[in-house]
Design a protein around this ligand. Structure first.
Ligand code: SF4
Ligand code: SF4
Length: 416
């Protein structure tokens, strides 16, 4: 089973697990990143060599019973450490709140100075100012660490930015910096370029920014504008969702054929990372690796990471154009949109995307089977349109509307 098939098969059925520094650096320091010699390519950041492959702890290996496979996770972290991956990115809410603890245990055996540990303040969960300190202390404990190398205000959109100001999050985090409990402070952004500019202008001491940048979002969700704003502010960029969930590792058959005809040995995912490597100012790219083969493929890509050549760029553009001809839902499967009545939003969107990209004769039957394998309560037509999920979606999807589309596709596939 190759990576594409693995992702196809695993996305749907890993319950609860589906799914990702003002500063004195010079652009050159971050933009070249290309450390001579072998090993994982690094970017310079304030005297640090940060691996351009960031280990995203929002997707972990799972057992067939739906539990996190902690032993396998530890082995994967060991392999990553050996290969030179030194940026580990977790968050309070990842993996149903388990990621920080599991990541903390996985990195514990290693020299603390040899890797960068990153987590984030879940401002969307704050109800009072005291929550900020309580959560921060809890995070130190969960991660079994005295400090975080990189710390972010998590998932800033309009509502979360309002919470950040309302609960005085930035002054508290500044205090933690002074106490040495945070080395570098940044934020992750999930809103418009206008809000990104506002956040940058509000606080002049951000050291890095985490943005969703990838070839699919470059034009369609104003990724290029956000990138340019960060560059103008001289903020190094941590890339989240470099594969857009798994979509860029899972292009449709026509697009995959274009890439494989050009280079049969290169994984589809590697093209996405190498496209990003052509951008200036990237500090690291977060990849949520839920299986050893993902990690091995990434180690191969990021060892002497090479940007796409001009010719490869044209091939990739052609493949992306072929992919975009078919409509799909760009859900990253982050699962922030928890549904109170149990609709399996991310699973349904993944199923729909697979259906759209499937070119097999039996695609209808496969879609119907997978759809009907879901519990009744998880299906798209069980949405009661309460709208609670909509403000939680970083991609700002009209989830109830998209669910109608998914259910309509199911009915059409059945010939109803
Ligand atoms: S709108 Fe539908 S999918 Fe969203 S939370 Fe409500 S019931 Fe769930
Ligand atoms: S619909 Fe939005 S919030 Fe829900 S999993 Fe997809 S991207 Fe995440």
């Amino acid at each position: 089973m190759d990576r594409r098939d693995f992702i196809k098969n695993s996305l749907l059925f890993t319950t609860g697990a589906v799914l990702l520094s003002g500063c004195t650096f010079t652009n050159k320091e971050v933009s070249t990143g290309l450390k001579p010699g072998s090993g994982i390519t690094t970017a310079k950041f304030k005297g640090l060599d940060v691996s351009m492959l960031g280990y995203g702890c929002m997707r972990m290996p799972m057992k067939s019973n739906g539990e996190i496979d902690e032993e396998l996770n530890k082995k994967m972290v060991e392999r990553a450490m050996q290969a030179g991956v030194n940026y580990y990115d977790t968050a309070y809410m990842y993996m149903g709140g388990m990621s920080e603890e599991i990541t903390g245990r996985a990195v514990k055996p290693y020299d603390r100075a040899s890797f960068n540990l990153t987590t984030k303040m879940p401002v969307m969960m704050l109800e009072k100012e005291e929550d900020v300190e309580r959560i921060f202390n809890e995070q130190l404990k969960r991660c079994q660490t005295e400090y975080f190398d990189f710390y972010l205000v998590h998932c800033l959109n309009k509502r979360n930015w309002d919470n950040t100001k309302k609960y005085n999050v930035i002054p508290f985090l500044e205090k933690m910096k002074k106490e040495g409990k945070i080395k570098h402070l940044g934020f992750s952004h999930h809103d418009t370029p206008e809000l990104l500019q506002e956040i940058i202008d509000y606080y002049g001491k951000w050291e890095f920014v985490q943005l969703q940048i990838n070839r699919l979002d470059w034009k369609t969700t104003r990724g290029e504008e956000q990138y340019n704003i960060a560059r103008k502010a001289k903020l190094p960029i941590v890339v989240m969702e470099p594969l857009r969930g798994s979509l860029l590792a899972n292009l449709n058959a026509e697009a995959t054929k274009i890439l494989k005809d050009y280079n049969p040995d290169a994984s589809v995912a590697s093209w996405a990372f190498r496209w990003l490597a052509g951008l200036e100012g990237i500090l690291t790219m977060l990849s949520g690796m839920s299986a050893p083969e993902h990690l091995e493929d990434n180690i191969k890509t990021f060892t002497n990471l090479a940007p796409l050549s001009e010719e490869e760029q044209k091939v990739y553009d052609k493949a992306i154009a072929a992919h975009l001809k078919q409509s799909a839902i760009g859900c990253t499967a982050c699962r922030y949109c928890e549904c109170p009545v149990g609709v399996n939003i991310a699973g349904l969107f993944s199923l729909y995307n697979q259906y759209m990209y499937d070119d097999r004769a039996n695609k209808n039957m496969s879609f119907i089977n997978h759809y009907e394998a879901l519990k009744e309560s998880e299906r798209a037509d069980k949405c009661i349109k309460c709208g609670l999920c909509k403000p939680k979606c970083p991609q700002q999807f009209d989830i109830p509307e998209l669910l109608v589309k998914v259910h309509k596709a199911y009915l059409e596939a059945k010939g109803a």
